[in-house]
Design a protein around this ligand. Sequence first.
Ligand code: NAD
Ligand code: UDX
Length: 460
Amino acid sequence: MINNKILNICCIGAGYVGGPTMAVIAKNCPDLILNVVDINEERINLWNSEDLSNLPIFEPGLSQIISQVRNKNLFFSSNIKKAIKNADMIFLSVNTPIKEKGIGAGYASDLRWVESCAREINENAVGHTIVVEKSTLPVKTAKTIQEILNVSNNSDRSFSVLSNPEFLAEGTAINDLENPDRVLIGGDDHKAMLLLKKIYLNWLPEEKIIFTNLWSSELSKLTANAFLAQRISSINSISAICESTGADIKEVSNAIGKDKRIGEEFLNSGPGFGGSCFKKDILNLVYLARFYRLNEVADYWENVIKINSWQNNRVYETIVKKLFGNVVDKKIAILGFSFKKNTNDTRESPSINICKNLIHDGAFLNIHDFKVSKDTISKDLSSKNESRWSFQENVYDAFEDTHAAVLLTEWELYVNIDWEEVLNKVKKPFWIFDTRSILNPKVFDNLEINFWQIGFGSNK
Ligand code: NAD
Ligand code: UDX
């Protein structure tokens, strides 16, 4: 750091957050040098691949930015020590999944990757370094990081720890980063906070940047995700009432969303929320509440997850019931495997559980997705199910000899399917299950197709 200016940035973790976030900073701050590093060399090689269609992440608009800034002021490498040594500011963007074993298993975040980064920084940093939490972390993690960094008695170097959680959503990450609702900076070193703020001021107005203390910043991230997920569980619970009563969930969402206090976004009923964040972050909040003996608070938030699993199972059970309670050796087309449109990410995708359940019941699946690879599906469905599904590159081929199709991801191209063409390929009676409410039920009125839609019910 020369004259209190940030010149060189390191980001540890080249994933869904680290890659796009640093690309957008590089684009908007041409005077900064950004090094994104990762222990996963294969991932780094993909970030460096000549062919931009091979980037490890599919995100609309990302490859264009990468082509502008890569190897100019944005670099991807596995040389973590060197990047730390040269950095004035280090973003931690590593994964923080739920612990699988030990104390807090199933709820608490597994902080081993964050801790190992802190130790690596402690061993290699030079001069004054600002360490920024970008990963979503349990409240008080900054204290752990500070303690690890402060063990060294070397007076040549010092650290400030800030929290700067990321609010991007996959599929819209570039737009979310270019034009966020707010940027949150938590800390107790005002000078360091101003230096981080200065970076964002290169493309954002001052009023979008909020300063808080460290713990408010860490907690706000968990709370934002909990509130968003809660809206989805709320609307999903109402979708079941719609199906029982003849109300239509799209009409109900529209009607309640017009109330400014409720708002129109995040009221789409579906097969349950997926993605790497919502479940993990709520479980973390539940763990935190239980830790402080706030059991009612913990139970309240845990129900958001319970409704989510219930909705996912409800979809699967509806499919089996409509197919006469029997799917043994029936072929079913699966339209969409990613957890939402415009991403190749399948972490916690609602498709995984529904596909596993249908396979377990004896069905054979023809699986199609626009961006998810066969390899990824194979890992998600586990090797024991390998002979019970096939991967379909072409959406029309996925319908061959099927008894039903289940639309699980809201890829817009599914709306344009020519259902008359589909009818020539399938077995009758044929069912379509639209779990994302993107198809127009009227289209099926005059076709020999039974149609079921979430929060609407069936036409037959
Ligand atoms: P990811 O798994 O895609 O990427 C994390 C990367 O960190 C991996 O490539 C991994 O190899 C690397 N890594 C782990 N330990 C390392 C180490 N010691 N040194 C170098 N590299 C290391 O995860 P992600 O989706 O980018 O999420 C990262 C964090 O951001 C999580 O805390 C997540 O909760 C949070 N977050 C994610 C999103 C999202 O949409 N994915 C949005 C906001 C916040
Ligand atoms: C979420 C948060 O939105 C983002 O701010 C945070 O930084 C990371 O976690 P993400 O998981 O990438 O982002 O996508 P999001 O758009 O929130 O969708 C999550 C899940 O909820 C998806 O499965 C999506 O299909 C589902 N969803 C979303 C609904 O079922 N209905 C909705 O109305 C909105």
